[in-house]
Write a protein that binds this ligand. Structure first.
Ligand code: GAL
Length: 922
């Protein structure tokens, strides 16, 4: 059997120890001279938090960011492609709100003319939770990243399907003491929040310092004036996550890392550095390093900056010797001012960054060392890659001169049973499963991702579309981002650009997804122009927006550098049954856009939106190449599952096969991003009583659906593989028509039922699956032999399962780090005595961990399963269950994870713990 192994690489473990300054290195003129304390430190503040859900009794008045519209209808279950509506205007009318004190937080990103003045006063200053002396010992102890809603319980009733049926909205408070060493006296101390969901407000020693509404942005807050060196300080953070604010599960809480940055008063301005490679050829590269120096002292200073470029090895180590270095002319920086630097360096025989399999994702680090006299005052690192990336209207995406067809997927930010709380290993596992399928690109739908995710895409060589907003001024859900767009779009967009622009994996900026302004000519033009103008000030990469409605003659596409079409390329609702519909109905658009914009590259930013439940096959099977889901036609309203024949899609989508055909007919199209790689929490079209989506190629637990092999056959054409569906255990269907489909990278195949040939078929042009639709079920064995160019290529077989007798368990890795973050994912399959998977088994399976580790969550990929994720007992879904285990920090030795079910022989896996991190940071 030729099913490939999914998890190809032994992975890196999590990093995240407080990073310190780089040691002086060979080639650095200051080596050996620098005895001062580290000029720059970044301390991870993930530990030691206390959490309280809800507001203090009798308090909270005046602490809302702004007045919110009254929520009359959550609009749960509204069609994903419904036209967004105009925002409802709301006036604060003299009510106390925090907005005037929060807005100035954005000032560090804004040009002077648009900065906000901070009013006097200290709102919330008398609130008990912000008082340094408040006794929070009764609060929950938590470590970050933390998602307060993921443990559930699921909200089984009510209109909550869109946001994942988890209690993510409401007020949450976090408190932490912060001991600041005396050596920080006089230094600049900045809180870095990688993501707080949402509407954060921060008090330091009882003083309101600022905050941030958009939950997906990474932002910073200068606490230098508040924190006392040589003392214990108190941080209090209030979040106010709105209901009806998303079309998917947003998560809740401090769900990414929080850091404290300590720098000297003369330093490189964080976020100011831009490293680009205006020339990137195998023989020679030019690397341009730009940035700003700041002098926080009142007196002027003369600062000398050296720039050195080093190779960053695949394991995260920085090479000893630089590949290029330059000393910049001394800069006289006035008191309280900044000075720009800009330098071109040459690198001979550069190791270019590019996507596998034909290229390698080589990385570099630019180190800026700043001196004030002989004293090193800063040493600032920026990771980057040297590569030449262009979008060509005919030749698609060109990376270092090679056409790289985008074989992409969209993903939301949740990590299934772990929720929105970012975990590096969980994200890396997702990317590995996708890469094994042949994916080379990810669209970050529809918001800036965790910064570490981009470290992973850089290291693994995945191409990224980085997207900032799902809505502009018009709303999709009543309390979504549109409420703050007018005052925050600039800061949020600049925050993303400055954070992400040095990542070699990012190839395209998306300023919006299916925004309502597609429909309004003047607004579409105005806002797109503004946002693109901001991008142009910060970076050179092209700008796009994903459009499911705008046509070539409308205003929005004309403002974009690259045309991104959601579903329109293939055509929307083209089947006869949609004639006369009031919904979007659009003939195929690739040619029309190319005719109107011959100078712009075009891609499919969302394609397919095929729906299915892993391992659930429903009859009859449509004879067509694609079909919308209806009762008895791919869908089952009793059980709320969608057939895994992989032919059924949302009304505005199509099967993968139809997308492939459209791509092949339009070779100028740069590729596609499938909606979606993984199932995600929320948006459970077509059954809004469920908790999670049906659109993933891979289910929420990380188990591939059959569709996985359809994509693999196309995206890894040189991997010999054949995949049969459905399973072959159908008691009661004897003699009934039970179609058999085959996904293969071969060009021909022969199917056998109990050794009897059902005929040999060859793929016709535009055909991507082989189907034997008239097969009648009889128990026994299905076997397929695939051929390529007339030679045997791959085979697959599946047998009728007998009674279940045992569990089989497998860990994704048998050694993990006990760094408190690394995870083991244990997959369990129900099997019969001969080892055949029992495909529809749904019995309860209990997990037990023996040794110094904890069971974090279980899942099975069933969108209808309302058992809370932390439960150690979970029903198998179509024969499979997953457990996620984490070692206790600092532990060593071995852990055994047991899986047990009534009537079956249990399974156990052993996991070896390693005390330190597995390898250096990525
Ligand atoms: C698109 C939308 C996505 C998702 C998808 C579901 O219209 O951009 O966010 O809703 O439909 O099929």
């Amino acid at each position: 059997m030729s099913r490939p192994r999914l998890l190809l690489h032994v992975s890196l473990a999590t990093l995240l120890v407080a990073s310190v300054a780089l040691p002086a290195r060979a080639g650095d003129p200051a080596a050996g001279q620098d005895t001062a304390p580290a000029p720059r430190e970044r301390r991870l503040l993930d530990e030691g938090w206390r959490f309280h859900l809800g507001e203090a009794d009798g308090h909270g008045a005046g602490l809302a960011y702004d007045v919110r519209p009254v929520l009359e209808d959550s609009e749960d279950g509204k069609d994903a492609d419904a036209q967004p509506d105009a925002a409802q205007a709301v006036q604060a009318d003299g009510q106390d709100v925090l907005k005037p004190w929060i807005l100035p937080t954005a000032n560090y990103l804004l040009p002077e003319a648009r900065r906000h003045a901070r009013p006097s006063g200290n709102p919330g200053g008398t609130h008990p939770f912000v008082q340094p002396g408040f006794d929070d010992s009764g609060w929950q102890q938590v470590s970050l990243p933390h998602d307060w809603a993921i443990a559930g319980p699921f909200l089984v009733d009510g209109p909550h399907g869109g946001m994942g049926r988890l209690p993510s909205w409401g007020i949450g408070w976090y408190r932490r003491t912060l001991d600041i060493p005396a050596s920080d006296q006089g230094r600049r101390l900045t809180l870095e929040i990688e993501g707080a969901m949402s509407y954060a407000a921060v008090w330091c020693n009882g003083q309101l310092m600022g905050g941030w509404p958009y939950g997906y942005s990474s932002w910073e807050l200068d606490l230098s004036d508040c924190l006392r060196a040589g003392a214990s300080n108190q941080l209090a953070i209030r979040l106010d996550n709105p209901p009806a604010s998303a079309r998917w599960y947003p998560g809740a809480g401090l769900y990414r890392h929080v850091w404290l940055r300590s720098t000297q008063r003369q330093h490189v301005v964080d976020g100011s550095v831009r490293v680009t490679s205006p020339v990137a050829t195998p023989g020679k590269a030019q690397v341009r390093v730009r940035g700003e120096l700041r002098n926080d002292d009142p007196a002027p200073r003369t600062l000398r900056t050296d720039i050195a470029l080093f190779v960053l090895e695949a394991d995260g180590r920085i090479a000893d010797r630089p590949v290029a270095q330059a000393a910049l002319p001394p800069a006289r920086v006035a008191g309280g001012a900044t000075a720009a630097f800009d330098r071109l360096l040459q690198v001979d025989q550069p190791r270019l960054w590019g996507p596998p399999p034909n290229q390698q994702p080589h990385r570099y680090v630019a180190v800026a060392t700043v001196r004030d006299g002989a004293r090193v005052v800063d040493r600032h690192e920026t990771r980057f890659g040297i590569r030449d990336v262009r979008f060509d209207p005919t030749g698609g995406l060109q990376v270092n001169g090679e056409r790289v067809q985008l074989r992409g997927v969209n993903n939301h930010h949740d990590l299934g049973a772990l929720g929105a709380a970012f975990n590096r290993r969980a994200a890396e596992r997702q990317l590995q499963i996708l890469q094994a399928m042949g994916t080379n690109a990810i669209r970050m739908a529809h918001n800036p991702p965790a910064p570490e995710l981009l470290e992973l895409t850089d290291r693994m060589g995945l191409l990224v579309v980085d997207e900032v907003f799902d809505s502009w001024e018009m709303k999709k859900t009543p309390l979504d981002f549109h409420l703050v767009f007018p005052e925050w779009h600039e800061a949020d967009l600049r925050a993303m650009l400055r954070r992400d622009r040095n990542h070699p994996s990012v190839v395209l900026w998306s300023i919006g997804n299916e925004v309502g302004e597609q429909y309004s000519e003047a607004d579409g033009r105005r806002i797109a122009r503004t946002l693109r103008g901001i991008v142009r000030e910060e970076d050179e990469r092209p700008v796009t927006a994903a459009m499911n409605y705008a046509k070539p003659d409308m205003s929005l596409p004309a403002e974009l550098d690259v045309i991104s079409l959601n579903y329109q390329g293939e055509g929307i609702r083209q089947q006869a049954e949609f004639e006369g519909t009031e919904r979007i109905r659009t003939p195929p658009q690739y040619d029309a856009f190319r005719a109107r914009f011959p100078d712009k590259a075009i891609l499919g930013s969302e394609t397919a939106s095929t729906l299915s439940s892993r391992g659930s096959f429903l009859f009859p099977v449509t004879p067509l190449a694609t079909s919308p889901v209806r009762q008895g036609q791919g869908g089952d309203e009793q059980v709320h599952q969608v057939s895994a024949y992989e032919l059924y899609a949302v009304d505005f989508g199509v099967s993968p096969d139809v997308v492939f055909a459209a791509q092949d007919r339009h070779p100028f199209v740069a590729g596609e991003f499938v909606w979606t790689g993984f199932d995600y929490l929320g948006e459970p079209t077509p059954y809004y009583s469920s908790r999670s989506s049906y659109s993933g190629i891979i289910d929420l637990a990380g188990f591939p659906k059959d569709r996985y092999y359809l994509y693999q056959a196309r995206w890894r054409p040189d991997l010999p593989m054949a995949h049969l569906l459905p399973h072959w255990t159908w008691p009661g269907r004897e003699g009934e028509v039970t179609p058999v489909h085959v996904f293969t990278s071969g060009d021909e195949a022969e199917l056998f039922v109990n050794g009897v040939s059902q005929g040999r078929q060859r793929k016709a042009p535009g055909q991507y699956r082989l189907r034997w639709d008239a097969v009648r079920y009889q128990p026994g064995e299905l076997r397929v032999q695939a051929w390529r160019d007339g030679k045997p290529w791959a085979e697959d077989r599946v047998r009728t399962a007998q009674e279940a007798t045992r569990l089989q368990a497998e860990a994704d890795r048998t050694m993990i780090s006990a760094d408190g973050r690394d995870l083991a994912f244990i997959s369990v399959q129900v099997r019969d005595a001969s080892g055949q998977a029992v495909p529809r088994d749904a019995r309860a399976i209990r997990f037990r961990v023996e040794g110094p580790a904890e069971l974090l969550a279980t899942d099975n990929g069933d969108p209808t399963d309302m058992t809370a994720f932390p439960s150690p007992v979970r029903n198998a879904f179509n024969g499979k269950v997953l457990a996620i285990v984490r070692a206790l920090p600092g532990a060593s030795g071995r852990v055994h994870v047991h899986a047990e079910a009534q009537g079956l022989a249990p399974a156990v896996v052993a996991i070896q713990l390693q005390p330190g991190p597995m390898e250096a940071s990525p």
